[in-house]
Design a protein around this ligand. Structure first.
Ligand SMILES: Cc1cc2nc3c(=O)[nH]c(=O)nc-3n(C[C@H](O)[C@H](O)[C@H](O)COP(=O)(O)OP(=O)(O)OC[C@H]3O[C@@H](n4cnc5c(N)ncnc54)[C@H](O)[C@@H]3O)c2cc1C
Length: 338
């Protein structure tokens, strides 16, 4: 993965700790700006122990708050630029269905304020058009500029022409010789930052997803939307057809431990899938786990402390924003370099 570019003196270089989507997006933004950047990754690119592995993540503009809608619109421009640069198809925009209950703020108003299309559907129409059953008390909002980002392809596309040092674990930020260090270390970030007096207000949990056999491509679904966040979600998977998960139901986890999916959550996921996707094979395939690093209100932490730039953008919804988060962290890193 070495770019083979000329090296600037250490005093002008930027280090990124962590080659998940946020670290790679930051390094990509810096490289495009002509800056020298090196990425340190404790495992290998695409490993399955952090938060960014797997074939797909939901991409959506739909959020009940305009700031998130605008950030997603900015990210969409970035994904298109990365597609153009890499020649890879990274997005499948076949829409998203938001299922919400009475009394809950849907994304409709925020989308309209941001000039993004959306359409209210009846439950019957949803079943007929998409083969998805919203459940008897749900209202349905359809948003066409949504679907999935092919996450594994996205990591590879970002990584092209970057200098990535795999199997290089940064034990202490004090050991990093580059002038500026961007910490995008996912579930490991809190402990890495602590000795430097930076208190990251996050908790790390291990979440569960499972796959199901389904023919054709379904839109993404974000269901049981509550005031903040949502419950179940589903999305298209290029191998099995359907990927399903539950948001923020996993137990607190030590990222240093390797563990699989939670069988109780797999059973709940299978039951929901049986009710919502009558055309899918109800038998779960290949349950997997993935780490969340979550703030109390699902906000992202993007800030600078002297030479250290902190990028914690997860709370279970960070992938789609990768290019926009990368731009912000790159700007903070350049501020530190000046
Ligand atoms: C089950 C699940 C479903 C999700 N679904 C969606 C979705 O549908 N849509 C969406 O937008 N988002 C989704 N997300 C969230 C999204 O995947 C995350 O926000 C995103 O992957 C976070 O990336 P990251 O780069 O911050 O962290 P990570 O991908 O974990 O990357 C951090 C990297 O840092 C490395 N590292 C840590 N410490 C060190 C060290 N000391 N030295 C060197 N390297 C180090 C780690 O090995 C790791 O590779 C989901 C997440 C999960 C877990």
């Amino acid at each position: 993965m070495c770019s083979g570019t000329r090296w600037a003196p250490v005093a002008e270089r930027i280090a990124v700790v962590g080659a998940g989507v946020n670290g790679l997006a930051t390094a990509w933004a810096l490289r495009r700006g002509g800056h020298d950047v090196v990425v340190y990754e404790q495992f290998e690119l695409g490993h399955t122990r952090g938060s960014s592995h797997g074939r797909t993540r939901i991409f959506r503009l739909a959020y009940p708050e305009t700031n998130w809608v605008r950030l997603a619109q900015e990210a969409l421009v970035g994904w298109r630029e990365l597609e153009q640069e890499s020649g890879e198809e990274l997005l499948l925009l076949n829409g998203m269905l938001e299922f919400y209950r009475e009394g809950v703020t849907s994304s409709q108003q925020a989308l309209e304020e941001c000039a993004a299309d959306c359409e209210l559907l009846s439950r019957e129409e949803t079943e007929m058009r998409f083969g998805v059953s919203p459940g008897k008390d749900s209202f349905v909002l359809f948003q066409p500029d949504a679907g999935v980002v092919y996450s594994d392809r996205a990591l590879t596309a970002f990584a092209r022409r970057l200098d990535i040092r795999e199997h290089h674990r940064v034990e202490s930020l004090g050991d990093v010789e580059e002038k500026v260090v961007v910490v995008t270390a996912g579930a490991w970030a809190r402990r890495l930052l602590e000795p430097h007096g930076i208190d990251l207000p996050v908790i790390e949990t291990r979440e569960t997803v499972a796959y199901f056999r389904l023919e054709g491509r379904v839109p993404s679904v974000v269901a049981e939307v509550v005031t903040k966040g949502h419950g179940f979600y589903s999305l298209s998977d290029p191998v099995h057809g359907l990927k399903v998960g539950i948001h923020k139901r996993g137990k607190p986890a030590d990222p240093g431990e390797v563990a699989g999916a939670d069988p109780a959550l797999v059973a709940e996921i299978a039951e929901w899938t049986r009710e919502r996707f009558p055309l899918a094979d109800p038998e779960p395939i290949d349950p997997q786990s993935c780490l969340y690093t979550t703030t109390d209100d699902e906000r992202f932490i993007l800030e600078r402390h002297g030479r250290i730039v902190v990028g914690s953008a997860c709370s279970g919804h960070g992938f789609k924003f990768g290019p926009a988060v990368g731009n912000r962290l790159a700007a903070l890193a350049l501020e530190a370099l000046a």
